[in-house]
Design a protein around this ligand. Structure first.
Ligand SMILES: [Zn+2]
Length: 102
């Protein structure tokens, strides 16, 4: 949602491994970036479930200098392995840190 440039290879979405989500709270669709960031409790519940399905939160809070992106609670990255996703999540790592790219 935050990606507005569509050149091939520019966005992680072009890998086919990333997805942006929005939430519906009490029947109201929340898709504005600021409103989603403010939806702390809802995203906490969603983020807790991610590793079980092989996903990680890609742009975590406080690691903007490593990822190059602001915190995006909606941008999820498929890792394939629930075990690795769990390890990355529990250690609070970025994908770059896990892959040793920092
Ligand atoms: Zn995204």
């Amino acid at each position: 949602m935050s990606e507005t440039i569509w050149f091939p290879g520019y966005s992680e979405h072009h890998t086919g491994l990333a997805v942006d989500i929005f939430v519906i709270d009490s029947g109201k669709i929340i898709r504005d970036n600021d409103d989603m960031i403010a939806s702390v409790e809802i995203f906490a519940k969603i983020h807790e479930l991610l590793p079980k399905y092989g996903f990680i939160l890609r742009y975590i809070e406080g690691k903007e200098d490593i990822t190059g992106y602001s915190y995006e609670p909606w941008h999820l990255r498929y890792i394939d392995s629930p075990e690795i996703a769990k390890e990355i999540t529990e250690k609070g790592l970025t994908l770059e840190e896990y892959l040793g790219e920092t």
